[in-house]
Design a protein around this ligand. Sequence first.
Ligand code: CUA
Length: 326
Amino acid sequence: MSGHLARAGGSLAATTGFLPARASSVAAEVDWVFGFVFWVSLFFLGLIVGLTLLFVVRYRRRPGRLEPEDSPSHDTRLELLWTLVPLALLMVLFGLSTRTWLRMVRGDGAGGTPLEVRVTARRWSWWFDHPGGRGAPELHVVANRQAELVLSSVDVIHSLWVPEFRLKQDAVPGRFIRMSFTPTVAGSYPILCTEYCGTDHSRMLSRVVVHPDQAGFDAWAREGAAPAASLVEHGKRVFAQRGCVACHSLDGTRRLGPTVKGLWRRRERLADGTEIVVDDEYLRESLVKPGAKVVAGFPNVMPPLVLEERDLQGLGAYLQSLSERP
Ligand code: CUA
């Protein structure tokens, strides 16, 4: 499909009819299992519906037709047939899908040591901690080198889905779940959350960048490894890391929460009718106890943040800096 090719950055990912392009080592196998289930199901759907229609027409009540005889209550051959054939098909399906699933869990060992990335899901954003210390809201991996994701969630169950990789794995609070795959085509692919997790579930989007080689990945990882020096920089990082931008736009766009553009010293009308001016006290309270003073016209849905003191100070400094810029 042309749309998927465009999103894959014009890469060579093969398109496959009505499915998105394939860009990982397990994709072809997953498609094969999917195709098997699909065609077997279609065959039996046709067989059952076809026979039903045929019998309904052929044996319908008609004037002058004899009353039906009693039908036999039991036929061992027939019952064995319709038990053993589905059993055999299901065992084949079990074998095929288990083999594919084991490959996803164990990985194929391509390109030496796996690239291990820690994935943190929260309402409503993703965060990826890469080897070498660089964290980012997008996932970065290397073509033809096995990647191993370690997924966790800080609140509810989310599910990481990369359609082009045929990769889907839940992130469950209180657990670490591993998932291996080898990207095969360099490019950029969408990441979706595919487990309903609340209001902004459909906006819980990101992307995975597949670097063509290790050098490209290393260059990217170095670029962001410098420690956050100033408080404003630190706050900017916390803002990205906590996924604040999913609800609070930087450019004035209205999302689930008020935009942070021009937030500092802004006059806000609250849900209870009173007016306040955004200052340090209000910012801090709204981060720690978001429900205390909700701006009129916005839902009271923000989860309270548990933040280190430096994170709070950084966020305050960063949000203030957004309005001080010319
Ligand atoms: Cu996270 Cu849906």
